[in-house]
Design a protein around this ligand. Structure first.
Ligand SMILES: [Zn+2]
Length: 726
């Protein structure tokens, strides 16, 4: 009995242990997946980061806010990112009723519809319903996977992660912006634009419900191709809305019967993007580089001015039979924004048509001269009235001549620049040195800092170093900007590039006066201008500016073929004038505002045009640069033989005295009333025959002409003590 009792207890205990184990096992089997389900999302990455990496279409606007170009995404999708509030609320309701009625109630997975879908799938023994919520669909858009139960679980887990990290509005907005609408059209804004030519906020109820049906089978319901199918699907959408009480029955009928679909007529592959005008292409390329990743690029381009300049170039080329191309740059001076870049006249030309001649490096002829004159003014070497010598020169074999082979002899600096004479410019460059000039040209982006001045030497003055039209035009806009240099921008925003002072305000004002002094042929208002012709007639240039704009024109052949007609004055001036006249058709340029205090009138030597010395005979008043000391005249300091003072007394010998007594001597010169210096001390103007006492020792006497007409005379003599012998 005892034994039996013992074994029963043991059995009971064993049974009990097994039950506990079974129960524990069952608990773990049930709880583990639940726990795994709960914690799994914590191990997922945020699917939104992949979504956010997909940049939408980039839109380019002109200065007036008009769209001039659109660029599809890197994978050639047409997709725009718009905020949720820019989507018609009716369209949002239609999409929610169609795709995910309980979107605002669930946390990424709709368990009610999942169970319903699971039953349907079991019944049909295959996946017929995915029960995908909007969050799950967004995950699927971010990471497309094959259809399987396991992938569905992964998708649901990531959808829950999405809901943990982002608000419902954020998820809905991303979903609406990435939904496929057939072909390359993604997102509700692109679909609204492509199919109905309206924004997503302007969709009517009929269009909204038609669009809401497309994402289920985007290519099958594409309304521009399969309108009947899409309409049929629209009825399904409307019925779903009716079932969810989003619309009433009579509203449903009203939508179908009375609301029109405003289908776009354009069936082109890019129904959204305006066709890019080829003459804007080079500008857009430069703006794209500057804007980097921006999606909305507000270009500084003035399309109207661009067309006017382009027309002026085309008209000019029609007159030049053996010249094929031209380029232009227009800069708005005060904002330092480019308003036009025309890199080619005919973009469709198979030979170099797409090459941007506005940024190509070419020999710029005389166009550099104003900068040499500016730098010479700031160095105090010249003012407008300084006399330069235009004559044959030869610096160790370098002997540049003038364009017409003529020399003007003595000429004012202002005229030497206005008439673009070569030898005065080369002489000035020699004085300021090529090293200094290259440093300055580098400051205004005209030469690279790596350039070796030894390779260019004085020929630099004649434009042997290459420059782009863009940089040259921008360097010129430093002049109307009172000497301030800044890189030009292609984006319509405040220009944040660094500003440097390249030239003084007085110098830029004086150069403007000089460059406006010769009237630009056919111009009806004052324009400052300078032309250039490269050696061998390869390139013709004209840079012109008003207070508001600086325009640069290049005319030539991109293959460098020379032509006798490629002369700056005849080939490049006409398009510059016609373009500026057209730009100012309805207005006049502001008058030039000259500040007379910057160029005060001062005495200069009329012979040299430099600061006078006492030797200068002819003096006149002329504009000088404020706070820039002008070099002194050296011309008038040389004296002729006749104009020399001779001290007649004392003589250049030895005088004797007794007993330390001073010797009284006459002071006499060949001129009357000279200034006397004795032993380096100023004595004053004394008439001839005046006397002076000299103590024993050596003495020096200098006689100076108070009018500086005659060279002074210096003598020395000694007064020795007479020693008497006993
Ligand atoms: Zn002088």
């Amino acid at each position: 009995m005892m034994l039996m009792g013992k074994s029963t207890v043991l059995l009971k205990f064993k049974l009990h242990k097994r039950t506990i184990r079974l129960c524990l096992g069952a608990c773990i089997a049930i709880l583990a997946p639940i726990l795994a389900w709960i914690v799994a999302p914590c191990f997922c990455d945020d699917p939104m980061t992949i979504i956010n990496r997909r940049t939408p279409v980039r839109t380019f606007y002109d200065i007036n806010g008009q769209v001039i170009h659109m660029e599809p995404t890197y994978d050639f999708q047409w997709r725009f990112d718009i905020p949720l509030e820019d989507v018609s609320p009716f369209a949002i309701r239609a999409i929610l009723d169609t795709e995910d009625t309980r979107f605002f109630q669930h946390g990424g997975v709709d368990y009610r519809s999942t169970i319903r879908a699971a039953c349907q799938n079991l019944f049909h023994r295959k996946i017929v319903s995915g029960a995908s919520t909007i969050s799950m669909q967004l995950v699927s858009i971010s990471k497309p996977r094959k259809r399987s139960y396991w992938n569905k679980i992964l998708q649901a887990t990531e959808a829950r992660r999405l809901e943990q990290l982002h608000s419902k509005d954020e998820i809905l907005q991303a979903y609406l912006n990435h939904l496929p609408f057939g072909g390359k059209i993604y997102g509700i804004q692109a679909a609204s634009q492509a199919y109905f030519g309206v924004n997503a906020s302007q969709l009517n109820r009929s269009e909204a419900t038609l669009l809401a049906g497309i994402p289920q089978r985007p290519n099958a319901f594409k309304p521009d191709k399969y309108l009947q199918r899409a309409r049929k699907r629209q009825i399904t959408v409307l019925n779903l809305m009716r079932r969810n009480n989003s619309i009433a029955q009579d509203e449903l009928i009203d939508i179908i019967k009375n609301e029109p679909l405003r289908m776009t007529k354009d069936r082109s592959y890019y129904p959204i993007a305006p066709k890019i005008n080829p003459i804007h292409t080079h500008f857009i390329n430069l703006a794209r580089q500057e804007a980097q990743n921006s999606l909305h690029i507000n270009c500084a381009i003035d399309t109207q001015a661009t067309h006017l300049i382009h027309k002026a170039l085309v008209d000019q080329l029609n007159k030049l039979p053996d010249v094929n191309d031209a380029a232009a740059v227009l800069i708005h001076n005060s904002s330092r924004q480019c308003r036009a870049i025309i890199g080619t006249v005919d973009f469709s030309n198979p030979i170099d048509g797409q090459v941007n001649a506005a940024t190509a490096i070419r020999s710029a002829g005389s166009t550099l001269k104003p900068f040499i004159f500016l730098e010479s003014m700031d160095a105090g070497l010249i003012t407008a009235d300084t006399i330069l010598n235009d004559a044959k020169i030869n610096f160790s074999g370098y002997a540049p001549g003038n364009y017409d082979g003529q020399y003007s002899g003595k000429i004012r600096a202002a005229e030497a620049l206005a008439f673009s004479l070569n030898t005065p410019a080369v002489n000035l460059l020699k004085q300021i040195t090529t090293q200094r000039m290259i440093r300055k040209l580098n400051e205004i982006d005209l030469v690279s800092s790596r350039i070796n001045h030894a390779n260019h030497g004085l020929a630099l003055a004649l434009g042997t170093v290459g420059h782009s039209l863009l940089n040259l035009t921008n360097a010129y806009s430093t002049i109307p900007n009172q000497g301030f240099f800044q890189k030009a921008t292609f984006i319509n925003q405040s220009n944040n590039s660094p500003i440097s002072i390249a030239f003084s305000r007085p110098a830029t004002q004086l150069i403007t006066q000089i460059l406006t002094s010769r009237e630009l042929p056919q111009a009806t208002f004052p324009i400052a201008w300078k032309t250039g012709t490269s050696t061998g007639n390869h390139d013709a240039w004209c840079i012109a500016f008003t207070p508001e704009y600086t325009i640069g024109i290049w005319v030539g052949n991109k293959n460098g073929k020379p032509s006798a007609s490629l002369v700056g004055a005849t080939a490049a001036i006409p398009p510059a004038v016609h373009a500026l006249q057209a730009i100012y058709k309805n207005s006049f340029p502001k008058p030039w505002e000259y500040d007379q205090q910057l160029l005060p009138l001062n005495k200069i030597c009329a012979e040299s045009g430099l600061a006078p010395t006492p030797a200068c005979k002819k003096i006149k008043l002329a504009q000088t640069l404020l706070n820039v000391p002008l070099a002194h005249c050296k011309k008038c300091t040389r004296f002729t033989k006749q104009q020399q003072i001779t001290i007649l007394s004392p003589k250049h010998n030895t005088y004797l005295t007794e007993d330390d007594e001073p010797v009284t001597l006459n002071l006499e010169a060949n001129l009357k009333d000279v200034i006397w210096f004795i032993d380096g001390q100023f004595i004053g103007t004394l008439p001839n025959g005046s006397t002076h006492d000299f103590t024993p020792g050596r003495h020096t006497i200098t006689a100076v002409d108070p009018n500086h007409n005659a060279k002074s005379h210096k003598i020395s003599f000694a007064v020795d003590q007479l020693v008497l012998e006993d």
